[in-house]
Write a protein that binds this ligand. Structure first.
Ligand code: S3P
Length: 167
């Protein structure tokens, strides 16, 4: 089984992945961590600031390629994973199921407001535009969609476990 969590920054992918993996007895991987270790930088912000977003996206696609044959895994992606069709092809290969953690922009904003680790969420106006561009794409590629606004990570975990078991 390969479960791929997608959604905008602040949707809770990183927090959920290890919990879901534990519940389903799978491994979990955090794509941003894999990107960081390939980059030799300390933070995602450093990659964006020193090398530029295009370089970050290149590493992101390389990492998605590394995960083509992964199995028994829950993958937490970064919010921009859907900007490349190739990324999605890589992650869907081998039966990867895409779970979209949907959230309102207001809720996402509350969650990431005090967090400086996301270069693309520094300006709320730009972030909202990005959110509006990306939402239809998350919808389109998702096998399952679940609202994360009013659920605890544990509730989300149970709901997703049921979803993936029934289809
Ligand atoms: C990004 C989301 C981030 C990280 C990078 C770019 C994006 O991950 O990959 O800052 O383009 O939305 P999270 O979604 O885990 O914050």
């Amino acid at each position: 089984m390969k479960i791929v969590l997608v959604g905008f920054m602040g949707a809770g992918k990183t927090r959920l992945a290890p919990l879901l993996a534990q519940k389903l007895r799978l491994h979990h991987v955090e794509m941003d961590d894999m990107i960081l270790s390939r980059s030799g930088k300390q933070t995602i912000t450093q990659i964006f600031e020193n090398e530029g977003e295009a370089y970050f996206r290149k590493l992101e696609t390389e990492v998605a390629g590394k995960l083509v044959d992964s199995d028994d895994v829950v993958i937490a992606t970064g919010g921009g994973i859907i900007d490349s069709e190739l990324n999605i092809q890589h992650l869907k290969k081998g039966g990867g199921k895409i779970v979209y953690l949907e959230s309102s922009f207001e809720r996402l904003r509350e969650r990431v407001t005090l967090d400086t680790s996301r270069p693309l969420f520094r300006n709320p106006k730009t972030a909202r535009r990005l959110f509006e561009q990306r939402c239809p794409r998350y919808e389109k590629i998702a096998d399952y969609k679940i609202s994360s606004d009013r659920k605890t990570p544990e509730e989300l975990c149970s709901a997703i476990s049921k979803l993936v078991a029934t289809k």
